[in-house]
Design a binder for this molecule. Structure first.
Ligand SMILES: Nc1ncnc2c1ncn2[C@@H]1O[C@H](COP(=O)(O)OP(=O)(O)OP(=O)(O)O)[C@@H](O)[C@H]1O
Ligand SMILES: [Mg+2]
Length: 490
């Protein structure tokens, strides 16, 4: 069971061809609340419908499918939690997010145990709800991808991707020696209770590896709760991790259960762990050592039985050297390191991955798989893939959506590649020699964001990075979007 986990795939079902975001149903008896959420989400390119009651939402869900259902908790008649209980019993394909002004721990936990993706407390910012819905959509895509993949696996038993089975975890394509070694190491490590540090460049599949470790462990039936560190402020992060008591800080109107408590008996995934700031690292170290912690605002210790997985796309040893990461925490985390190799070190897997993503896109779009001519195949093979598997997945999906029935040539693909010759107008922006890599990255990201009028999903796709990685970087640049127009970069 995965409570909150978020790898990305660029395209959602056939409906996505019409709605660049996802289809969202907002259920709330208060018209004003419903409409304000709907308005925020429409600005992020989602197709939003509203229901004034849980009963009406159930009727709608009989006929229509949604990526996300955002439901208020307290409604007259059927409550949000009752709606979730009903939905638990039927096929609906939506990720459910519970919205509540009174986050009673019991209801939040019940909602999540009954399959809700997450809950959000009122009042919340536009940015928070956008992020949550984006993550919920991503999770749905991931599950769809897994489902399509399982079907492909059954149909093509014996082929390379037959490694993807429900019991061993999500489909991890690749037969190269480095991937075989990684798989072997996952199989060794998964059954242990050790903390695992998964490192690798952006888009290499770290989260996929984390899910495989969980799926192959004895905790597979227990929750895998993930926390995406880059998108949270220090205070929110502490309360997300450890929970808080009512009144612990301004705005903490109700108690909140932290992710460590939600993961009790299962696994927690701390995604991009270097984003956790030093003071909080000390508290995390204690959890790793003693498996106990206190909620913010209390001195009562809570003990949990949680396996910890962490990912990083930075060199943690460097971070330690620079004084940004505690050495003792590094040693605790790095007991069992897993390194996910960049795609350029496993070029022999490219054709397998291309075939996998083509079939996947074709299944979603309900058409025949896209065909690449030899120039396109050569380009895909020779390119260095700075955005790794995610970039490859984006390119294949984009070709599947945009190029229709014709064969795809290298010329069709080149403009979409981040740093191929003749690639996107954005990448061609003037960059004076002598800039540090850091500064150049910042300029490229902001220029791309500007190019796409502040649209993060499009920016992340063009750059071949995850939307969360993008958000994390923007956070470090101090970039703050205006609430509604997702302003251009400063
Ligand atoms: N070996 C693989 N087989 C199939 N799909 C893969 C593989 N590796 C990665 N992917 C897909 O590529 C995308 C990126 O993977 P993932 O999110 O796990 O990468 P990441 O290393 O966590 O990226 P980031 O650093 O940006 O968070 C996902 O959609 C994932 O399903
Ligand atoms: Mg990741």
């Amino acid at each position: 069971m995965i409570l909150s986990s978020v790898p990305e795939a660029p395209i959602r079902s056939d409906q996505a061809a019409h709605a660049p975001g996802g289809r969202v149903l907002v259920v709330d008896d208060h018209e004003e609340a419903r409409e304000s959420i709907a308005e925020i989400l429409r600005h992020s390119d989602h197709e939003v419908h509203c229901s004034p009651s849980a009963a009406e939402a159930l009727r709608r869900l009989d006929d229509e499918s949604y990526d996300v259902v955002l439901t208020d908790l307290n409604m007259p008649g059927m409550s949000g939690i009752e709606l979730i209980r009903h939905l638990e019993k039927r096929e609906h394909g939506a990720q459910i997010v519970m919205v509540t002004a009174y986050a009673s721990v019991a209801t939040a936990v019940e909602a999540m145990r009954r399959g809700a993706f997450d809950y959000i407390e009122k009042p919340f910012t536009a940015a928070k709800i956008e992020q949550l819905v984006a993550r919920a959509i991503e999770r749905g895509r991931m599950l769809d991808q897994r489902y399509a993949c399982d079907r492909t696996t059954t149909a093509t038993a014996g082929e390379a991707n037959s490694k993807a089975t429900e019991s061993s975890g999500p489909a991890m394509i690749g037969e190269s020696p480095v991937m075989a070694a990684l798989r072997e190491r996952i199989a060794q490590i998964a059954p242990t209770l050790e903390t695992v540090l998964i490192s690798g460049e952006s888009g290499t599949g770290k989260e996929l590896v984390a899910r495989a470790v969980h799926a192959q462990s004895e905790r597979a039936e227990s929750p895998l709760v993930s926390l995406n560190c880059p998108v949270l402020s220090a205070q929110l992060m502490e309360s997300e991790l450890f929970g808080h008591e009512r009144g612990a800080f301004t705005g903490a109107d109700a108690p909140r259960t932290g992710r460590f408590e939600l993961a009790d008996g299962g696994t927690i995934l701390l995604d991009e762990i270097t984003e956790i700031e030093l003071p909080l690292q000390a508290k995390l170290l204690r959890v790793l050592q003693e498996r106990s912690f206190e909620r913010v605002g209390t001195s009562r210790s809570i003990s949990v039985d949680v396996r910890v997985l962490a990912t990083t796309n930075r060199d943690l040893q460097d971070e330690v050297g620079e004084g940004r990461f505690r050495e003792d925490l590094y040693f605790r985390l790095a007991v069992v390191p897993l390194v996910v190799p960049p795609l350029r070190q496993r070029c022999e897997d490219i054709p397998l991955l291309v075939a996998h993503f083509k079939d996947h896109a074709a299944a979603r779009l309900q058409r025949d798989p896209v065909v690449f001519d030899s120039s396109a195949e050569q380009l895909l093979q020779d390119y260095r893939w700075p955005g790794n598997v995610r970039e490859l997945q984006n390119i294949v999906t984009r070709a599947s959506v945009l190029v229709g029935r014709d064969k795809v040539s290298a010329e069709d693909l080149r403009p979409w590649l981040i740093d191929a010759e003749g690639s996107t107008e954005v990448a061609a922006a003037e960059v004076p020699a002598g800039l540090s890599l850091h500064e150049m990255e910042r300029k490229l990201i902001l220029a791309t964001l500007d190019h796409f009028d502040g649209h993060r999903a499009k920016t992340a796709e063009a750059l071949g990075i995850g939307i969360r990685t993008l958000s994390g970087k923007l956070k470090t640049y101090g970039y703050a979007p205006r609430t509604k127009d997702f302003s251009k970069a400063a």
